[in-house]
Design a protein around this ligand. Structure first.
Ligand code: ADP
Ligand code: MG
Length: 729
């Protein structure tokens, strides 16, 4: 086995970089070439059909069968002209990643021949077997059948030789079984609520769009070394491995020169992404060795999330062409930085105004402040739900460690916006304001600079930071589907904006002037949301104490955190906004508990196997070698000499023996703990049991293995070590 490790290493070191296929043209020449976008729709669709699709995108109208048939014909012609032989409905089930089942275009012709065919019916709806996808309780209560239905707001594209149609995935009875359906509903809830609030400021606003710009962090690992690590292959993270003497202490990786091999991989990914219309913009080295980031230009949230899932898929495929494997796990290596996926989020009106950008005059600045303050209150009230949306088994290893935002939710606003809120809190009074008071306040509000200084000088320790023209939700994990976070954020903001409107209208009905009513309600929100505002160091111990004094919650375990979804107020919130009905929410949460249990169960099994199959035999063999050595020494040397020479060696033999026994007995105990947990029927109790009784063994066993790694002869050690995994370019 040790030879395998050396072979893997020498293979890597001798490998010559492959040449990547370079695009001869400018990116602008081939951007979106594989996407059935507006230009192609115009070319391939009748005026009528084109209008039907555009109406569906812009106004959410439905496309009738006749039009769908026309669109399907146009799509088919374009796809076949561009080399497609198959089509698929592509969706985001509640697993990691996306799902697709390819069907060829062919159908039987008249005389036993086949012809290419595609219809509006096939475009609009398909019926995959839903029973093999997670659904929580929904599957038991209802029929196993499920439907995928075309999402015309995200354009179809050709992936290799398949026409790929983005779809939602719902049960026979209409319950959402995916991420996209509730995401679309949450986007629409914010659209409605925000548009109404915008009406206070600008009557021309008729819709509000959610924007999302994700930053995808990841690790690149050489494929042959990856293959020699069963823990990486099966769980996505290393379950053992002593720290490398050098890792990120010198801060020499972040933004440093990108290694050539990684750079070639990135160029290849970019080429593919551009063809699929994914606007990748930024690439750089991240903090940890072999850790990198890709970020696109932000887009409408539903499209942007499709692009994130697609980009992750492309990255995995292209990595293999370059003999790399990608790790999207939040914490693949102990002791060095993990990976996140910052979600940059903002709202934009159809009149082109970013609601989180300060404007040019007091009126647009008051609109800006209205949205910032309502968001603040939404995060304050929804802190537990927001945490539940991002805290997964893999993300727990990252959150709260010294490199990632803590499990306490807080909002960084920066000094300029904070000062403005303090000023409003002081200036606004409950009675009718005098004209002078009002003028002074408006003057101050007008003074917010268009570009906010904290945009550049911002706080990296905040889980939710205002960054000048958007909020950045930084606690999202690198392997997550962004929808999970955006659904909750949009739900909370939509609900808060609705409540804001009710409160303002109530005052207006009592003859309070509109601007004064807005001031008064905002003041109330500023006061109520104060505990969530924090501009200091989110990683410090002091903050944990301070946050608890402020009454902010600090929940570190997944089972506890998930319970926020099923509280009566959450159930009410989601159903009121039409995002999740009771059974959808219940089903979804059950899926999350199950995922948590399964991931821990797999990790625990893999660790037990490696410990017994790889580590213990290696340690025993090295121990035997030492024992032989001691015996030989005894034969050759005098008793006095022997005593001196063998002392350290016998000590080492005992130490190895201690670790071997500990690993064996801990493994046994861990298996017993799993057995106890496995017979529990209630999924919440079972998850809690896994968390409390199984999870701790993973660290305990690891500790002994990592000690052995330091002692045992390097030549015998069966697994590639951190220094090899992380530093082979
Ligand atoms: P940083 O690493 O400094 O946070 P990046 O440039 O890596 O910034 O990523 C910032 C992301 O935020 C990009 O995807 C960018 O397009 C996105 N973004 C910029 N402005 C907005 C906005 N108004 N709304 C949403 N996302 C935005
Ligand atoms: Mg960022």
């Amino acid at each position: 086995m040790a030879q395998f490790r050396l072979n893997a290493l020498s293979e890597v070191l001798n490998r010559k970089p492959k040449d990547i296929i370079r695009e001869e043209n400018l990116v602008s020449d081939y951007f979106g070439i594989q996407v059935f976008n507006q230009t192609k729709m115009k070319r391939h669709l009748s005026k009528e059909a084109y209008k039907a699709v555009m109406d569906a995108i812009e106004n959410g109208t439905t496309i009738n069968r006749k039009m769908a048939d026309q669109v399907a014909q146009g799509m088919k012609t374009w796809a076949i002209e561009n080399g497609a032989t198959h089509y698929t409905h592509w969706f985001h089930p509640l697993t990691d990643g996306t799902a697709e089942k390819h069907d060829a275009f062919i159908v039987h012709g008249a005389d036993g021949s086949v012809i290419e065919s595609f219809s509006g019916k096939l475009l609009a709806q398909q019926e995959p077997d839903a029973s093999s996808f997670p659904s929580g309780g929904i599957r038991q209560t209802f029929e196993a059948r499920g439907y995928t239905a075309w999402d015309p707001t995200s354009p179809a594209f050709i992936s290799e030789t398949t026409l790929t149609i983005p779809t939602i995935f719902i049960s026979y009875t209409g319950e959402a079984l995916d991420y996209k359906t509730p995401l679309l509903r949450a986007i629409s809830a914010v659209d409605k609520a925000a548009t109404e609030v915008c009406q206070y400021f600008d009557k021309n606003v008729s819709s509000v769009q959610t924007n999302l710009g994700w930053e995808q962090e990841y690790f690149l690992i050489d494929e042959s070394l990856y293959m020699a690590r069963p823990d990486l292959m099966l769980t996505g993270r290393t379950l053992m491995g002593h720290a490398s003497s050098k890792d990120q202490q010198l801060d020499d990786h972040y933004f440093s020169s990108i290694p050539t091999r990684a750079n070639r991989f990135m160029q290849d990914v970019e080429n593919e992404a551009y063809k699929l219309g994914i606007p990748l913009k930024t690439r750089h080295n991240e903090v940890a060795p072999n850790q990198f980031e890709f970020a696109p230009i932000y887009e409408e949230a539903n499209l942007s999330n499709d692009h994130n899932q697609l980009a992750m898929d492309i990255m995995q495929k292209i990595a293999r062409k370059h003999n790399f494997r990608i790790l999207f796990h939040e914490k693949p290596f102990k002791g060095i930085n993990g990976s996140g996926k910052h979600n940059n989020w903002s709202l934009e009106t159809d009149t082109g105004v970013n609601l989180y950008s300060p404007g040019k005059n007091p009126k647009s600045n008051l609109q800006f402040l209205t949205f910032v303050i309502n968001t603040l209150k939404a995060v304050h009230d929804g802190q537990d739900l927001l945490r539940a949306s991002i805290l997964t088994e893999s993300n727990t290893h990252r959150l709260g460690a010294n490199e990632a935002p803590p499990s306490i939710l807080s909002v960084f606003l920066g000094s300029e916006v904070s000062n403005m809120l303090d000023l409003m809190e002081e200036a606004v009074v409950d009675r009718k304001m005098t004209p002078d008071e009002k003028t002074a306040l408006k003057l101050n509000i007008g003074r917010i600079p268009e570009i906010i200084l904290d945009n550049t000088d911002r706080n990296r320790t905040s889980p939710f930071a205002f960054t000048g023209n958007r909020f950045e939700f930084r606690a999202v994990g690198s392997s997550a589907n962004c929808a999970s976070a955006i659904i909750v954020l949009n739900a909370l903001v939509a609900n808060q904006l609705n409540e804001f409107k009710v409160a303002v209208d109530k005052l207006i009905a009592k003859d309070v002037k509109k601007d004064e009513a807005i001031f008064q309600v905002l003041k109330d929100l500023i006061i109520k949301s104060k505990p969530i505002r924090f501009n200091g160091d989110g990683y410090s111990e002091d903050w944990i104490i301070e946050a608890s004094k402020r009454g902010l919650t600090n929940v570190r375990t997944v089972p506890e955190s998930l319970s926020a979804y099923v509280r009566p107020e959450s159930r009410n919130l989601f159903s009121k906004l039409g995002i999740f009905n009771e059974s959808e929410l219940k089903g979804r949460v059950e899926v999350e508990y199950e995922k948590f249990i399964m991931k821990l169960q797999i990790e625990s099994r893999v660790l037990a196997d490696i410990a017994i199959n790889h580590i213990v035999p290696t340690a025993v063999s090295y121990q035997t070698m030492l024992l032989e050595n001691v015996k030989n020494l005894k034969e050759v040397f005098t008793p006095e000499e022997f005593k001196i020479l063998a002392g350290a060696r016998t000590e080492l033999i005992r130490e190895i023996g201690g670790h071997i026994s500990a690993i064996k007995s801990l493994r046994k105990e861990m298996i017993e703990a799993r057995k106890t947990a496995n017979i529990i029927d209630d999924v919440i109790k079972k998850a809690k049991n896994y968390d409390k009784l199984v999870k701790p063994f993973l660290d305990e066993i690891r500790e002994h293995i990592d000690k052995l790694e330091l002692i045992v002869d390097n030549e015998k050690w069966p697994l590639p070590k951190y220094r090899e995994l992380l530093f082979v370019k």
